[in-house]
Write a protein that binds this ligand. Sequence first.
Ligand SMILES: CC[C@@H](C(=O)O)C(=O)SCCNC(=O)CCNC(=O)[C@H](O)C(C)(C)COP(=O)(O)OP(=O)(O)OC[C@H]1O[C@@H](n2cnc3c(N)ncnc32)[C@H](O)[C@@H]1OP(=O)(O)O
Ligand SMILES: [Co+2]
Length: 134
Amino acid sequence: MIGRLNHVAIAVRDLSVASEVYRSTLGAQVSAPEALPEHGVTVVFITLPNTKIELLEPLGSDSPIAKFLEKNPDGGIHHICYEVADIGAARDQLVSKGARVLGSGEPKIGAHGKPVLFLHPKDFLGALVELEQA
Ligand SMILES: CC[C@@H](C(=O)O)C(=O)SCCNC(=O)CCNC(=O)[C@H](O)C(C)(C)COP(=O)(O)OP(=O)(O)OC[C@H]1O[C@@H](n2cnc3c(N)ncnc32)[C@H](O)[C@@H]1OP(=O)(O)O
Ligand SMILES: [Co+2]
């Protein structure tokens, strides 16, 4: 069911400091910050030849990233995102196998303008999984 690795997301306290690590130390091109209030994050992307890295800073105190940083003060890997061909079909198949879809269960539009869903980390070996319709 799952396809390409779309991105790996890292939770950070300060997007400008984190962006500089990727820009100056790793020599990567970093996109301009984009605020996504519906997701409670401000995001930048680093596009690599085979995937993307998403740096996430909390936007608002009820952001999922704020809660993650309370438990993980240094930040760190927050989720991995896989592409699926049909997100509704993928959701229905996963739910029939007992996986928990987070939130309302309806896809939201993510950072790339495509429908996304999140799956509970306890059902996927302790890693939060995002699905994005390719
Ligand atoms: C930029 C937009 C978009 C894109 O297009 O790419 C994004 O990526 S937005 C990214 C931010 N959005 C989300 O994270 C939405 C989905 N997340 C959630 O619904 C919640 O964060 C959560 C995963 C359900 C956790 O919330 P909550 O239950 O309130 O927090 P707890 O701290 O109580 O966690 C319960 C349990 O799960 C463990 N946990 C939490 N987050 C993660 C994580 N990122 N990776 C692995 N495990 C995680 C947490 O440690 C708790 O475990 P126990 O302490 O053992 O109970
Ligand atoms: Co993501």
